[in-house]
Structure formats: structure tokens, C-alpha cells
Design a protein around this ligand. Structure first.
Ligand code: ZN
Ligand code: MN
Length: 467
């Protein structure tokens, strides 16, 4: 039997507002532990939350980018649970009246585009951060004590929930990458997985190909790398298939993915909504976003990454178009004139390898460099490319002195080298053709790397074979 994976995601993204969601403490990564706190985010009794207007605007902007309907009236709820990183005993979140609902996200692909349904995107506050100490390599399993850092408590967080519309680990990874790029371009979050400003949970189940049933799913929690997501999903798909093919049943549970470890460790069994005893937050009035706020956010959207991939793949292949857009390099690609594929390759490969910030590169000048790429020595090209991020970079400064392709200039050099290496010349002529590389190397050395390697090769062969 062929099995079809059914995958959905929940993504949490920190908004990069200056202050927290319900108090005026500074947000920001890397401050000393427990230095950015106040009675509100430390959950002292009797304090009152005041919502961050910017966070509401940005959630609306994200909702529009995800094709969601913006609710005319959204309500904050208390989601009750006990956890050491949540001393209030509840998280202020949204429940049945979230800000953004019923969206759809376009995921372009090689074999066509897929619409990934968005169930909702809502606004909530983050919990504090548990820091696991003493063994277990920072993970809860194997640690012997846990400290709590409240800097993260009360940070504005958007939770995005997708429909189970994804069908493979590879497709899920591409979806998460494109979503991250979208969030970053909106200017609402750094979405840095290393710093925890973007994290995802993934729900996985499998079913016989062609059926439309939804079988029991398991959840992989708090993944902070695209590759871990793909690995964890793949492993979970195989595990579930093996269970069904062995006549067993998959149990609903939450699994903690540990890279390199054979099995994901069960964390806790999945809660249901009724376990959280949601109740409307009595200290906050419902949000009724004014129409101007929504229209303002819509006007700021611009052309979204998925639309740009669709546009660029008509002039490049899909892989290049997707790579350029999800790495934020397509802007440079578009402002660099010249052969589209050559430009795309240089921007994606050499320029990325040189570690340059694509926003700092002058496209016009880069275009001249790309145009000359096959005519100038590799070394000269890479040197020029390395300087292309400088504000006053001019390609001609590097191209002018770059190449000696003229035989009348190269012949005296080649003849001198052949004369100085008569034993090697004799060996070559006696059949050791591999020595050609030696002669090319000598010519390049003699010319300071400025000789055109193609011309040197041709000319050397001609002179050596003319015995
Ligand atoms: Zn605070
Ligand atoms: Mn959440």
C-alpha cells in the first residue's frame, strides 16, 4: 500500500516591537537574565495589561499577507495552564475570535503551485524561558535543575495555524522557509530560529493514498531549524507507516525531536481545548480594528515572495527563482542587467560565498562584472566580486587591467618558459601530456594571473605540438 503523509504546522513568531505585549518592558534578544521585567510581566497580583497597538497593526498586516479575513471584532482569552515559566497560571491569547482567519498561502512548486490553507493567525504573549541546567545539554531530558528567565515573558507572539495541506517533509520545509521570508520582509519580525524568534510545531499523520480520512496525528514540538523539521517529519512518517503495516494503531502524543537521536521522546499527551478552560480576558476590551488601520496595512504589503517566485520562474528555472527569493537575493538579481541565468548564478553562488550583503551591491556595476566573467581570469573576477559591496565600487577599475588574451603579448612569455624547461618539453613531446597543466601554471605565475587561461591553453598546445 502507498501511504500519503498529512502535515500541518503551527508557527510562533516574535514581533519585533520595542516593548512587550501588555507592559512597557523593552523586548530584545541578549539582555542579562531577568533584567527586562516589571510587575506586569512578572505576574504580580492586581496588575493590569495594556495592549501594544503596534503588535495589533503588525498582526493584521501578517494576516493580510496570509490572505486572511481580518475580524471586525477580536477577543483576548485566558488560556489556563500551570507551568513554571507561567506564574500567572494563564497565558493571554486568542481563542474563538482571533484577529485573522481563513487565509490561504500560495506555495509555488516544481510540479505546480499549492494553496496552503491558513486556519488562523492570532496574537498572544510568550511565556518566560526555562533554562535547563546540569546535564542534558540544555534539554529538559537529563537536566537536574531549571532556572527561569522572565525577559521573554510577555513578548508579543503571533501564532499561525495551517490546515493539514502539506504532503511531504520537503514541501513542509519549503513552506516554512517561504513563510519565514514573508514575515521578515513585512518588517514585523527577525524570525531568527537561533534566537527563538521563530519556532514551529508540526502535526503528522499518514493515510492510504487516495483516501480523505484524517488518522491520529502526533505533534513534534518546538523545532527551531528547517532541517530538523524535515528530518523529524520524515522519521515520524516512517514510524507511523511501520506501526500501521505491523497491524498497530498510532497513539496521539507530543514528541520532542532530538537531532541525531533515533526516537523522538514523548513529552506529554496532547491537551484538548477544554483542558485550558478558556475564558474571555476580563481586563481587556475586544479589539475592533478601524477600517483605516486595515487599509493602511494592506497598502504597505507590496509584491509578496510567493508571487515573485512565480514571476521569476518564467525567466529562470524554479529552483533558482525559489533560491533567490527565499534568501532575499532576488532584489539584487532584478536590478542587475545582463543574461538572466548568468546573473542569477553569480548572485546565488559566488556572491553568496563571498559573504556579501546583497542590498549593498550596485546592480549596474555587478552587471558589467557578470558580462566579463568568461573573459577574465577567475582570480580577477573573484577579487572584483569581493569588492562589489563597497560604496564606490566600479567594475572597470578591475576589468581594465584584468586580461591578457593577446597572442602577441603571450607568445614571448610562453616561449621563454618553454626554453627554460626543455626537459619537461621533451617529456611532453614524448607523451607526458599531463605536463600541460605545469606549463599553464608557469604562464599564469609569470603574468600575475592576468593571462586568459583559454588562450594560454590553446597557444601552449600549438607551440608544444609544433615540434
Ligand atoms: Zn514588563
Ligand atoms: Mn501559542
Amino acid at each position: 500500500m502507498t501511504w500519503e503523509p498529512v502535515i500541518g504546522c503551527e508557527i510562533h513568531v516574535h514581533l519585533k516591537t520595542q516593548t512587550k505585549m501588555f507592559c512597557r518592558c523593552a523586548t530584545g534578544f541578549g539582555a542579562p537574565e531577568n533584567s527586562s521585567t516589571c510587575p506586569v510581566c512578572l505576574a504580580h497580583p492586581g496588575v493590569l495589561p495594556v495592549p501594544n497597538e503596534r503588535a495589533i497593526e503588525w498582526t493584521i498586516k501578517l494576516g493580510l499577507a496570509l490572505g486572511c479575513d481580518i475580524a471586525p471584532r477580536a477577543v483576548f482569552h485566558r488560556k489556563n495552564y500551570f507551568y513554571p515559566d507561567n506564574p500567572k497560571g494563564y497565558q493571554i491569547s486568542q481563542y474563538d475570535e482571533p484577529l485573522c482567519m481563513s487565509g490561504s498561502f500560495l506555495l509555488p512548486g516544481v510540479g505546480g503551485d499549492t494553496e496552503i490553507g491558513i486556519v488562523r493567525a492570532h496574537l498572544e504573549e510568550d511565556a518566560a524561558k526555562n533554562v535547563h541546567m546540569g546535564g542534558g545539554e540544555g534539554r529538559i531530558h537529563g537536566a537536574d535543575r531549571t532556572l527561569v528567565d522572565f525577559n521573554r515573558a510577555g513578548m508579543p507572539l503571533v501564532e499561525i495555524v495551517t490546515q493539514p495541506h502539506l504532503r511531504s517533509s520537503e514541501q513542509t520545509k519549503r513552506f516554512l522557509q517561504l513563510l519565514r521570508q514573508t514575515v521578515r520582509e513585512l518588517g514585523i519580525s527577525d524570525a531568527e530560529m537561533q534566537e527563538g524568534s521563530m519556532r514551529f510545531d508540526v502535526n503528522v499523520s499518514v493515510r492510504p493514498e487516495g483516501s480523505d480520512e484524517l488518522r491520529t496525528r502526533t505533534e513534534l514540538k518546538n523545532i527551531n531549524s528547517f532541517n530538523f523539521a524535515a528530518q523529524g517529519i520524515e522519521r515520524e512518517i516512517q514510524r507511523q507507516i511501520a506501526i500501521y503495516e505491523g497491524g498497530g494503531e498510532v497513539v496521539q502524543e507530543t514528541l520532542h525531536f532530538v537531532p541525531g537521536q533515533e526516537h523522538a521522546a514523548p513529552l506529554r499527551s496532547k491537551e484538548e481545548a477544554q483542558d485550558y478552560r478558556y475564558l474571555p480576558e476580563p481586563d481587556l476590551v475586544p479589539i475592533e480594528p478601524p477600517a483605516e488601520m486595515v487599509e493602511q496595512a494592506r497598502a504597505e504589503l507590496g509584491e509578496l515572495p510567493s508571487a515573485r517566485i512565480r514571476r521569476l520562474e518564467t525567466e529562470l528555472d524554479f529552483g533558482l527563482a525559489e533560491g533567490l527569493v527565499t534568501s532575499g537575493r532576488d532584489g539584487l538579481y532584478e536590478r542587475t542587467p545582463g543574461d538572466r541565468r548568468a546573473v542569477a548564478n553569480v548572485v546565488m553562488n559566488e556572491l553568496a560565498a563571498a559573504g556579501l550583503d546583497p542590498t549593498e551591491v550596485n546592480g549596474e556595476e555587478l552587471g558589467k562584472l557578470v558580462e566579463a566573467r568568461d573573459r577574465i581570469p577567475r582570480e580577477a573576477f573573484m577579487k572584483a566580486l569581493g569588492a562589489s559591496g563597497d560604496g564606490d565600487f566600479k567594475a572597470e577599475d578591475y576589468l581594465g587591467e584584468a586580461v591578457i588574451a593577446d597572442e602577441s603579448e603571450l607568445d614571448p612569455v610562453i616561449e621563454r618558459i618553454l626554453a627554460a624547461n626543455d626537459e619537461n618539453v621533451a617529456a611532453y613531446r614524448a607523451g607526458k601530456q599531463g605536463l600541460l597543466g605545469f606549463f599553464v601554471g608557469q604562464v599564469m605565475k609569470e603574468t600575475g594571473g592576468k593571462a586568459d587561461p583559454k588562450v594560454v591553453n590553446t597557444r601552449l598546445r600549438e607551440l608544444l605540438d609544433r615540434s
